[in-house]
Write a protein that binds this ligand. Structure first.
Ligand SMILES: CCCCCCC/C=C/C(=O)SCCNC(=O)CCNC(=O)[C@H](O)C(C)(C)COP(=O)(O)OP(=O)(O)OC[C@H]1O[C@@H](n2cnc3c(N)ncnc32)[C@H](O)[C@@H]1OP(=O)(O)O
Length: 282
C-alpha cells in the first residue's frame, strides 16, 4: 500500500476531541481531529435534520465556534445514515407565529452567510439525501463528497415555491447558469451520477468515513496557503453573491415573509405537508 494511502487511513481512525458548541444542545455536534485540526460538524436533529429555528441557531453558533477555536477546516455531515438534511422544517412555514417566523428566517439568512463566507476551508460529506435547503447547506461549502443511492437538489417549484435569491445564488455558485436554471425550473433532484456529471458534487465516496477522508484531503490541499490571505480571497471571490443579503437583510427578510404569508403559499404547503405525512405512514 502506498504511504499516502496509509496516512489517509490513519486519518480516518484518529481520535477526535468533542468541543460541543457552548449552548448544551445536541442538535449539532463538533469534534476536532487533534492531529489535523479539522473540525467535523455533524447535523443531529432526528428524524431527518429538518432545519427549524433551533437547528439553524445551533448550526450558526457551531460554525462560528469552529472559526474561533482556530480549526483548520470544517467538514459538514449528518448523524443520520440516510438523510444529510431534508431542508427547511416545513412546520416553521405553515401557519406561522409571526415573531417566530421572523426569527427563523433571520437565522436562516445568518447561518447561510456564516457558512458561505466561512474563513476556514469547508467541505460537505453528504451521507444521505440533501433536499432543498439540505442541498443549499452542501453548496455553501467549497467541496462536496457524496455517497451513492441518495438524491440532491432543490425541487421547490414542484410544490409551488419560488426560491429566494440567496438560494438561487447558492446553486449558481456551483452550477453553470443554464444547468441551474433548468434544474430549478424542473424541480430536479439529481441522482449521484447526474450530480457528478454536472459537478454539483466533486467526488463519490463508498461510505461516510471515506467521504470524511476525501473532504479532509481537500482541506489539506490548502496547507501551504496563508490562512488570512486564503480567507480574504474567498470573501472577495464570493462578495458579489452575498451583496444583496449583506446590504439589505431586512428587505430580503420582508420579501420572503410576505410570500410565505400568502394564501397561495399556505394552501400549497398544506397539501404538501399532508402528502409527506401520509407517505411516512405508508
Ligand atoms: C420565500 C419562500 C420560501 C419558500 C421556501 C423555498 C425553498 C424551500 C426550501 C426547503 O428546504 S423546503 C423543505 C423541502 N424538503 C422536502 O420537501 C423534504 C421532504 N422530505 C422527504 O422527502 C423525506 O422525508 C426524506 C428527506 C427523503 C426522508 O425520507 P424518510 O422516508 O427517511 O423519512 P420520512 O418518513 O419521509 O420523514 C420522517 C418524518 O419527518 C417529517 N419530515 C420530513 N421532511 C420534513 C421537512 N422538510 N419538514 C418537516 N417535516 C419533515 C415527515 O413528515 C415524517 O414525519 P412523521 O410523519 O413521522 O411525523
Amino acid at each position: 500500500m502506498l504511504r499516502s494511502q496509509t496516512k489517509l487511513m490513519d486519518l480516518g481512525r484518529r481520535l477526535c476531541r468533542s468541543i460541543g458548541n457552548n449552548n448544551g444542545s445536541n442538535l449539532t455536534m463538533v469534534e476536532v481531529d487533534d492531529k489535523t485540526g479539522i473540525a467535523t460538524l455533524t447535523l443531529n436533529k432526528p428524524p431527518v435534520n429538518s432545519c427549524n429555528l433551533e437547528l439553524l441557531l445551533d448550526l450558526n453558533e457551531s460554525i462560528k465556534q469552529i472559526e474561533r477555536n482556530g480549526s483548520r477546516g470544517l467538514i459538514l455531515t449528518s448523524s443520520n445514515d440516510k438523510v444529510f438534511s431534508s431542508g427547511l422544517d416545513l412546520n416553521e412555514l405553515h401557519q406561522p407565529n409571526q415573531d417566530r417566523l421572523i426569527a427563523f428566517w433571520r437565522a436562516l439568512q445568518d447561518m447561510w452567510l456564516s457558512l458561505f463566507l466561512s474563513r476556514v476551508p469547508t467541505a460537505a460529506a453528504i451521507n444521505g439525501h440533501a433536499i432543498a435547503v439540505g442541498c443549499v447547506l452542501a453548496t455553501a461549502c467549497e467541496y462536496r463528497v457524496m455517497l451513492p443511492g441518495f438524491s440532491i437538489g432543490i425541487h421547490a417549484t414542484k410544490f409551488g415555491y419560488v426560491v429566494p435569491p440567496f438560494i438561487l445564488i447558492s446553486y449558481l455558485s456551483v452550477l453553470p447558469r443554464y444547468i441551474a436554471e433548468r434544474a430549478l425550473l424542473q424541480g430536479k433532484l439529481f441522482s449521484i451520477d447526474e450530480a457528478l456529471h454536472v459537478n454539483l458534487i466533486d467526488e463519490v465516496a463508498d461510505g461516510k468515513s471515506d467521504a470524511i477522508i476525501k473532504c479532509a484531503k481537500f482541506i489539506g490541499s490548502f496547507a501551504k496557503t496563508q490562512p488570512d490571505a486564503r480567507a480574504l480571497t474567498k470573501r472577495q471571490t464570493r462578495a458579489q453573491d452575498v451583496q444583496l443579503l449583506i446590504k439589505d437583510p431586512e428587505g430580503q427578510l420582508r420579501e420572503s415573509l410576505e410570500y410565505i404569508n400568502t394564501p397561495f403559499f399556505q394552501q400549497g404547503l398544506e397539501v404538501y405537508l399532508a402528502k409527506l405525512k401520509s407517505k411516512s405512514k405508508e
